[in-house]
Every structure is written in structure tokens, then in C-alpha cells.
Design a protein around this ligand. Structure first.
Ligand SMILES: NC(=O)c1ccc[n+]([C@@H]2O[C@H](COP(=O)([O-])OP(=O)(O)OC[C@H]3O[C@@H](n4cnc5c(N)ncnc54)[C@H](O)[C@@H]3O)[C@@H](O)[C@H]2O)c1
Length: 271
């Protein structure tokens, strides 16, 4: 119960990685506030963690909405100690995976990716900082991606947005150190959440050699090819690392960018 008495905000915590993070923080004793576009799913996930946890409907890519949600968290939970900026994801419009190369990326798709992955982090962080400062210490964990560490030719806007999240992490780690607010980024590798479930199912349906396979088998083929450890990563892997970074055990760590990817970025770097 190393996080007992603390309050954590998890953006995009209604499902996928965010839900795993919320579960791990609650397991370690934190009271969790889930902020998600999908208010019903946020309330359901919070309820699943126990009565003290809260789910709030909010679009955290908008500064005003994010700010109102942060106020509501403090009103309902009494304080705020940790902010996990997890809301984000890839999107087809900005991806060249199924279409033309970079020059074919639509401006609209580019802007959507920046709003989904970068403005969410900007708006949530900006509106949470004054609440974190009230505790005279705090932790911000940004969920970036390996796509922000290595070239991302199939998803250039997503990669660029996540690289910017990594840059912001390091900048804020320096700016907020004087307030004892530690800032980190976790870069997940391959997780079988919503986006990969859709993608693997599309690959499976479109390829005769995968006709008798389950979409998860198709996903695991990709994992084995790209990951030295040969294992998929899970929301709990990300959640356990986030819980450690939030804990006092990590009080001398800040500005770290951690690839939780089974070694995939090493493999890319190694050719
Ligand atoms: N799944 C992977 O393989 C993978 C790999 C690397 C990084 N990531 C990153 O991990 C994070 C979570 O990914 P996931 O796979 O769990 O995604 P997901 O789509 O399963 O869940 C994302 C959640 O965020 C919410 N959300 C989206 N925009 C929001 C907004 N503006 N305001 C509030 N909530 C919003 C959605 O409603 C959803 O509940 C993302 O930042 C993603 O880029 C995922």
C-alpha cells in the first residue's frame, strides 16, 4: 500500500493501458480518478476498482474541459498527487500504413494526431500543476510510445506527437524539479488493446495465409518478429512501472524516458 492516502488522475483510463494503470495504482493504495471521453466506461472502470474511486467524463485535449475536470477531482477526492497522461492513440487518417507515403498524410489527420497525443498532455498537465504543487511534491507520468523513439514511417504524425511528448517530459522535469514534482515518460511497445485488435483482425481477414488464424495469433507473429524477448507487453506491465515511478522508492528519479518494449527498440537500432 505504498501509495495510500494519495490521489491519482489517469486520463483515458476507461479501457486498455489506462485501465491497467488505474488498477495497479489502486492496488498500491491510491485513490484513482479516471478522466475519459467515454464517461460511462470511466464510471464503470472506477466502480470496478471500488467505491472510493471516481470516473469523470472529460475531453482532456481541451484546456477548459481538462481544467474543470481537475477541479472536480480535487473537490471530490480532496487532493491530487499524481497525473498519468495516458489518453492518446494512433488513427487511420494520419497513418500511411494503408495508403500513400508521408506526402499523402492529410493535414486534418495530422492535426487530429497532435490533439489526441500532444494537446491532451499539454492541457492536462497545465491544468493539474497548481493542484500538484499544493502537496509540495507530485509525479507526472506521460505515456508516450516507442514510435516517439525510433523512425515511425507507417505513422509519422503519431511518432512526431509522441517524440514531442518525450521532449516535454524532459523540459518539465527540469522546470518542476524545484517544486519536487517528478516527470517521466513510459514508451510502451506492442499491446493487444483496441487499436491492435482492430488492426490484427484487418490483417487476418485480408490475408489468405492467416485465414485459419485468430487475430491475436497474427498480432503475436508481429510481436515475435519485432521483440527480442518475444513477449507482448500488457497494461499491467505499464501500470506496475507507473506505480513504482509514483512511489517514494523512486524519489530521486526524474526526467526518465523508459522503453517498456521487450527490447524492440534495441532490435531496430541493431538492424
Ligand atoms: N496499445 C499499444 O500497443 C500502445 C503502444 C504504445 C503506446 N500506446 C499509448 O498508450 C496510450 C493508451 O493506449 P491504448 O492502446 O490503451 O488506447 P485505447 O484506445 O484502448 O484507450 C484510450 C482511451 O483514451 C480515451 N481518450 C481518447 N482521447 C481522449 C481525450 N481527448 N480525452 C479523454 N480521454 C480520451 C479513449 O476514450 C479510451 O478510453 C495511448 O497514449 C497510446 O498512444 C499504446
Amino acid at each position: 500500500m505504498r501509495l495510500k492516502g494519495r490521489v491519482a488522475v489517469v486520463t483515458g483510463g476507461a479501457r486498455g493501458i489506462g485501465e491497467g494503470i488505474a488498477r495497479c495504482l489502486a492496488h498500491d493504495g491510491a485513490r484513482v480518478a479516471i478522466l475519459d471521453l467515454d464517461g460511462d466506461a470511466a464510471a464503470e472502470s472506477a466502480e470496478g476498482l471500488g467505491a472510493e474511486h471516481v470516473g469523470i467524463a472529460a475531453d482532456v485535449s481541451d484546456e477548459l474541459t481538462a481544467g474543470a475536470a481537475m477541479e472536480e477531482v480535487v473537490q471530490r477526492c480532496g487532493r491530487m498527487d499524481f497525473l498519468i497522461n495516458n489518453a492518446g492513440g494512433g488513427n487511420r487518417k494520419a497513418s500511411t500504413a494503408y495508403g500513400p507515403p508521408f506526402t499523402g498524410v492529410a493535414q486534418e489527420g495530422w492535426d487530429e494526431q497532435m490533439a489526441l497525443n500532444l494537446r491532451t498532455t499539454f492541457a492536462s498537465t497545465k491544468t493539474a500543476i497548481s493542484h500538484l504543487k499544493q502537496q509540495e511534491q507530485g509525479v507526472i507520468v506521460n505515456i508516450a510510445s516507442v514510435a516517439g523513439l525510433v523512425p515511425s514511417p507507417t505513422m509519422p504524425a503519431y511518432g512526431a506527437a509522441k517524440a514531442a511528448v518525450i521532449s516535454l517530459t524532459r523540459t518539465l522535469a527540469v522546470e518542476l524539479a524545484r517544486d519536487d514534482i517528478r516527470v517521466h515518460a513510459i514508451c510502451p511497445g506492442l499491446l493487444y488493446t483496441r487499436a491492435w485488435q482492430v488492426l490484427a483482425s484487418r490483417i487476418q481477414k485480408g490475408s489468405p495465409k492467416h485465414a485459419d488464424k485468430d487475430p491475436h495469433d497474427v498480432f503475436m507473429e508481429i510481436v515475435r518478429k519485432q521483440t527480442p524477448l518475444g513477449r507482448e507487453q500488457t497494461p499491467e506491465d505499464i501500470g506496475k512501472l507507473a506505480a513504482f515511478l509514483c512511489s517514494d522508492d523512486a524519489h530521486n528519479l526524474t526526467g526518465q524516458v523508459i522503453a517498456l518494449d521487450g527490447g524492440s527498440t534495441l532490435q531496430i537500432a541493431g538492424g
